[in-house]
Write a protein that binds this ligand. Structure first.
Ligand SMILES: Cc1cc2nc3c(=O)[nH]c(=O)nc-3n(C[C@H](O)[C@H](O)[C@H](O)COP(=O)(O)OP(=O)(O)OC[C@H]3O[C@@H](n4cnc5c(N)ncnc54)[C@H](O)[C@@H]3O)c2cc1C
Length: 298
């Protein structure tokens, strides 16, 4: 169990034995030893500074790309959604968004301020912190395309400003300094037309509604697209649409999505992921790489 030296000065919420199912879009996941929801960045720095050395720390935004196993997470989870929520213009074309701001909110905010370049974030149901960690992207746009700088924090509560050159960035992959997490992004955009921006958002959201199982809990794409192909095409060609393990099923709408029909466990989902991966390997000779992050104890 986590021991925090100086809880009296903290303003955020510290929750023990907290079910992670409440924090993930799949609505599955066992308890974390401890979840901290900071009041702001300063409070977060104080909390991290007070943690004993070696305490495992895991970060979560909106849990929309995350499978937490049924045994939960040993250590401390920092939950940013609804916590690090600052969002403001820093110049005519630059925006500072804290890690817990919903990506969709950033898309709408930038369009409302007559900026273009961040509309692709409108249908990605996570936080800016999660978008930075995953290099989230859609419809030709990727998060790091618009990053000027990021603010990070380490396990001692030390804050830093870093640039894209400090990271190795690829398709849904970001490598960077170990033991540091994102607390804010400075996004550089271009001037655009408000009405055009709003129309673009409407059209991107409509396309999503038609092609994704938006009614049932899911975590977006399970696998990355292999070079020159689509994971969904390979899975569908194996006849796997609608196949289930317990209440976890390959979506009928989008074959690279697994939906929770109601009572799925993390074990069901992980079994189904492995079943799909093995079948695709047998049929197409392609080893699919996971996009979803899997964490925690079985
Ligand atoms: C219906 C649906 C559609 C989706 N469509 C897309 C899409 O079009 N494109 C796309 O790229 N993704 C998509 N996703 C996946 C997901 O929304 C994105 O990856 C999103 O950016 C994850 O953000 P999050 O806040 O939910 O992160 P989480 O799921 O909470 O975390 C994901 C990873 O980021 C890390 N992380 C979170 N916050 C921080 C932080 N502040 N600092 C460091 N690490 C952090 C976590 O530790 C974890 O490893 C979709 C998901 C769903 C459910």
């Amino acid at each position: 169990m986590t021991i925090v030296a100086d809880t009296a000065r903290l303003r955020g919420r510290l929750l023990e034995y907290e079910p992670m199912a409440k924090y993930t879009s799949w609505r599955v996941g066992g308890p974390a030893d401890c979840v901290f929801i900071p009041a702001d960045i300063e409070d977060l720095a104080l909390f991290l500074h007070s943690l004993p050395a070696g305490q495992p720390i895991y970060w979560i935004g909106l849990g929309s790309n995350l499978l937490v196993r049924d045994g939960g997470i040993r250590g401390t989870v920092i939950a940013t959604s609804g916590a690090l929520t600052g969002l403001r213009m820093t110049s005519e074309t630059e925006v500072r968004a804290e890690a817990g701001v919903a990506s969709a909110k950033v898309a709408r905010f930038t369009v409302a301020h007559g900026l273009t370049g961040a509309q692709f974030l409108c249908g990605i149901p996570g936080t800016i912190g999660g978008a930075l960690a995953m290099n989230a992207g859609a419809f030709g746009g990727e998060t790091w395309d618009i990053v000027d700088n990021v603010e990070t924090i380490d396990q001692h509560g030390q804050l830093r400003m870093r640039g894209p050159a400090d990271y190795s960035i690829g398709y849904r992959r970001v490598g960077g300094p170990a033991g540091e997490w994102f607390v804010a992004a400075h996004l550089r955009l271009r001037k655009g037309d408000v009405a055009d921006g709003k129309a673009r958002i409407r059209s991107l959201l409509a396309r999503r509604g038609q092609t994704q199982p938006v009614q049932m809990p899911n975590a977006g794409s399970i696998f990355k697209n292999p070079p020159g192909d689509y994971a969904a095409r390979l899975i569908e060609a194996c006849g796997l649409k609608g196949v289930c393990e317990g209440d976890a099923c390959v979506s009928d709408v989008h074959a690279n999505f697994i939906v929770n029909r109601g009572k799925a466990t993390a074990v069901d989902i992980e079994r189904l992921i492995e079943r799909v991966r093995e079948q695709v390997k047998r049929t197409h000779g392609v080893t699919l790489e996971l996009e979803v992050c899997i964490v925690g104890e079985p």
